[in-house]
Design a protein around this ligand. Sequence first.
Ligand SMILES: Cc1cc2nc3c(=O)[nH]c(=O)nc-3n(C[C@H](O)[C@H](O)[C@H](O)COP(=O)(O)OP(=O)(O)OC[C@H]3O[C@@H](n4cnc5c(N)ncnc54)[C@H](O)[C@@H]3O)c2cc1C
Length: 508
Amino acid sequence: MAAGTLSLFWGFELYHHDDLTFDPKRPRGAFNSYTAFRKRVEEGSAVRASHLETPSFKMAAVHWSRGDAEVPSLQKVMGSAYRADLDPGEEQDPRAEIRWVGGETAALQRVQQYLWDEDSLGLDYVGATMTMDPAKSCMRDRAMSKFSPWLAHGCLSPRKLYEEVKRYERERRKNKSTYWITHELLWRDFVRFGSIYAGTSIFLIGGPQNVRPKWSWSSDRERLNRWIEGETGFPFIDCFMRELKATGYCNHMGRETAGWFLIADLGLDWRMAAVWFESVLIDYEPTANWYNWTYRCLPAASKVPIDRLSSVEILKWGTQHDPDATYIKRWIPSLSSLPGTVAREPWRLGLNDSDGGVASDGLRALPKSGQFSVSQGPLEALISMGFDQKDAAMALYQTWEDADAAAALLLSRNGASEAKMDSDDDDLARAVALSLGENPEASGPVSPPQQGFRYGVDYPKPMIQPVSLMNTEQAEDEARQHQSRRDQQIAASKRQKGSGGQSFQKPN
Ligand SMILES: Cc1cc2nc3c(=O)[nH]c(=O)nc-3n(C[C@H](O)[C@H](O)[C@H](O)COP(=O)(O)OP(=O)(O)OC[C@H]3O[C@@H](n4cnc5c(N)ncnc54)[C@H](O)[C@@H]3O)c2cc1C
C-alpha cells in the first residue's frame, strides 16, 4: 500500500476561511451578532468560484477497488445496536412534501427543480428565518428550499448553489426571495465560523454567553418525551415535532419555537432536546444544531417560566402562518374536524372553565360564574345581523367564537323555542342561512363544529396553562387575505412563464 498526504479543503462554507477579513479565532466583534458578521463578510470578502473547489492531484490519482455493489442494510451496519422500533424504514410518510435521496446527482436535480423547473425560488420561496411578513407563510409547500440535508452532508456545495442563484437572478428574476437565500447561506456560515470562536461552549448548558436563568433546569424525562412525541397539547408545537419524528425535517420556525417552548415554558435542560434533534434530523450538522440552540433558543431562558404559556409566538405565528390550521391538521389528523381557530387553540374547548368544558350537546359549556368574554369583531358581525347582543355573545362563547356556527345556533334556537319571528326575521334567517351556504328551508339541528372529537382523549390537554390572544379571528382574516393576494400573484407569474417563450402572430 502506498503512502500519501492528506490535504484538507475549505469547501463547506459559502465564504472561504482564507477570504475572511478577520481570524474567526480572534474575531474583534464579528460574532457579537449575526448582523455584525454579515456586514463584515459582505463588505470585505467575495465568494470564490465553485470550480476552484475541485482538487488538482499532483500525483497519479489513487484507485480504489470497487466496494460492495449493494448498500448494506441498517440492521447489518448497526449489529446489536439496531432497534427495529426506531427504524423508519424506506417508506416515505405520504404527508412529507419531498423525499430526500442522498448524493450529488439528487441534490443537483432538486436545484434544477426548485429554481428552474418550478420557478419556486423567485415566486414561492419564503426562507428559513423569514417569519414576520404576513403575506408569507413558512408552512406552505414550496416555501422552503429543503436543500439543507444535501448541504449538511456535503452533497451540494453552497458556492455552486450561490452561482445558480446568481444565474437565476440574471436569467429569470431578481427579488427579495433571491436575496434571502444568500442571506440564509450566510446564516450557515455564521454558525460555522461562530463555532470556531465559541469552541466547546456550545455544548455547555449556559452556552457561549453563560446564560443563567432564575430557575433550576429540569431534566424531567416524562415532560421531554411529551415534547418529543408531539403530545404537549399545543398544536403549533406538536405538528412540527410529529413531522420531525416522521421525516427528520421540520422548518426553522418549528425548530425555533419548539426550542423556546422547551426552555422558557417547560424549563427543561435544552441539551436533552438538542441530542434528540441530533439523533433525528436528516440535515444534522453539529454547528448548525448546537449553535442555533445556544444562539437562537437559549436566550428564551431569560423569560421567567411561570405556570402559563409565555412563548406567545406559538399563538401569533400559528395564526399568521397557518390561519386555517391546514398544516396543523396535516400532522395532527385528530384535530381535522375542528374549526381552524379551535384546532390551533383547542383549549378554547373549555379547559379553563371551572366545570371542565364540553356540555352534553357538544357545545362549550357556559362558565358557572356567568362571566365570560368574546372577541369584539365576530360579536359585532352577529349584532349587525340582528341578533340580540347577549344571545350572540353566549352563542359565540359556546361555539368557540366560530361566528358561522354561532349564527346557525342562534337561528336553530329561535326556531326551537318557537320564538315568533316576524316576516322580517324570516327574511333575516333566510339571508343568514344563504350566507352560510345552506338551504334556508332545511332547518336541521346544528352540528357542533367539534362533533366526534373528544378533547383530552383524541388530543392531549396542554402541559401548562395556555393563553388565548385577543382578536385572533381578525388576525386570521388578515393573514388569509395577504396570503391569497400573494397566491394570485404567484399563479399569474407562473401562468405567464407557462406561455412565455412562445411567440404569437397577429391573425391577418
Ligand atoms: C434548534 C435548531 C437546530 C437546527 N439544526 C440544524 C441542523 O442540524 N442542520 C441544519 O442544516 N440546519 C439546522 N437548523 C437551521 C435551519 O432550521 C435549517 O437549516 C432549515 O430549516 C433548513 O431548511 P431549508 O433548507 O428549506 O432552508 P432555506 O431557507 O432554504 O435556507 C437555505 C440553507 O441555508 C442554511 N440555513 C438557513 N438557516 C440557517 C440557520 N439558522 N443555521 C444554519 N444554517 C441555516 C441551510 O443549509 C439551508 O438549507 C437548526 C435551527 C434551529 C433553530
